[in-house]
Design a binder for this molecule. Structure first.
Ligand SMILES: Cc1ncc(COP(=O)(O)O)c(C=O)c1O
Length: 398
């Protein structure tokens, strides 16, 4: 089938890259030891802090998000250290595997994949840890496989309430730049992020935001590290440089993406994502389908994962949609494979992109022989209209 127009990339990352960012990246590569590069480096490192809401350092690696998971672990911990992780879905599982490969002892708090990390369960585990064996608590803020958000501030409060010295590490790969997140205020020690979702860049950059406590821990952490070593990175970053050849053109893109985010204003960016999450859930409800997330206070604003009716194959639906309407949706991952499809509504996105995406799903459901109970598109449009900031037409030109 020949497709016309633009592909609808509605997986929950990588997301659509704005033309402004694409154009910014299509610039000549410069000498990464030049003063021109130093200016670029200093500017992105400084402005990125505002997105993490931190006054502390943020480091940028030329890597995928998985690298930033590894960087967080090897910079702060030592072989055999015990850590506490919360099972939230596929990505908590993957991060756990990385930790286990390094020989960390991982206590994995079981979860249903339908709700976020439980602050009370964390408090209980920490209260039993009288020897203070746990060196870190690891949480995925926005579980991309389920569309469930964990309440990071409440997890930190549970840690403080237990008077436990463990570090708090949070994966924000599918929430940073889309959903409210506060590294300093929430007392997070290492925040993990990637370029390809809310930051509206192609894949290829990953980040760690680092607290003073995490930096101090890195002084006596005994894991071998070279490429991921914060200290080498921070030394070079002071002058806007990197200890190795940086991903120059992705950094051009990052500079432009940060400008786009700040022009809109982060509170508006978050409100926009909240609105689109709400409208998407209205569509899912009207179709007579069920979201994976069960708790209203844990809904993700950047993606929605939807259960198929019993016995119906989500991958078949996704195939029908991509073949007929040229739209990619996220697949169900691990134990949700075939049972769930995921709608990404994050990054460079607006009301009509959402309307188009939901129209494609609604038509796909009909083609797959799963007639929706009601029109989800109409429900979503009504939801969007009810929260529209009406713009009054400006006075006609004289
Ligand atoms: C929450 C979360 N953590 C980690 C990752 C892994 O990142 P990457 O695939 O860039 O290595 C992803 C990827 O989608 C993710 O969504």
């Amino acid at each position: 089938m020949i497709h016309t127009g633009r592909h609808f990339l509605q997986v929950p990352g990588p997301t659509n890259v704005p033309d402004r960012v694409l154009r910014a990246m299509a610039s000549p590569v410069i000498d990464h030891r030049s003063s021109e590069f130093a200016e670029l480096g200093l500017s992105v490192l400084e402005r990125l802090r505002a997105v993490f809401k931190t006054a502390g350092p943020v480091v940028i690696y030329p890597s995928s998000g998985t690298g930033a998971w590894e960087a967080a672990l090897v910079n702060t911990l030592s072989p055999g250290d015990r850590i506490l992780m919360c099972e939230t879905g596929h990505f908590s599982q993957m991060w756990r595997q990385v930790a286990m490969k390094f020989g960390l002892e991982v206590d994995y708090l079981p979860g249903t994949w339908r709700s976020g990390a439980d602050p009370e369960a964390v408090a209980e585990r920490l209260a039993f840890d009288r020897e203070r064996a746990y060196k870190a608590v690891l949480i995925v803020h926005n579980e991309t496989s389920t569309g469930v958000t964990s309440r990071v501030a409440e997890i930190r409060a549970a840690m403080t309430g237990s008077n436990h010295p463990a570090l708090l590490m949070v994966d924000t790969i599918s929430s940073l730049g889309s959903m409210d997140y506060r590294h300093d205020e929430w007392g997070v020690d290492v925040t993990i992020a990637g370029s390809q979702k809310g930051l509206m860049l192609p894949p290829g950059l990953a980040m760690n935001a680092i607290s003073q406590k995490a930096l101090a821990a890195s002084g006596h952490a005994r894991f071998h590290r070279s490429y991921w070593d914060w200290h080498e990175m921070l030394k070079s970053n002071t002058h806007g440089f990197f200890p190795y050849t940086p991903a120059t053109n992705l950094l051009y893109g990052l500079r432009e993406a940060l400008s786009i985010l700040f022009e809109e204003g982060l509170p508006n960016v978050f409100r926009r994502h909240d609105r689109h999450g709400q409208a998407t859930r209205a569509a899912v409800k009207a179709w007579g389908l069920e979201t994976v997330c069960t708790n209203a206070h844990e809904y993700s604003s950047s993606l929605t994962a939807v259960f198929m009716p019993e016995g119906r194959d989500a991958d078949r639906l996704r195939q029908i949609i991509v073949e007929n309407f040229d739209m990619s949706l996220g697949a169900g991952l691990s134990k949700l494979a075939g049972r769930v499809f995921r709608i990404g509504h994050l990054g460079s996105f607006n009301d009509l992109t959402l309307a188009g995406a939901l129209s494609g799903i609604e038509m796909g459901l009909r083609l797959a022989g799963i007639p929706p109970k009601d029109s989800g598109v109409t429900a979503a449009l009504n939801s969007l209209l009810s929260t529209c900031e009406q713009v009054t037409p400006s006075a006609p030109l004289k």
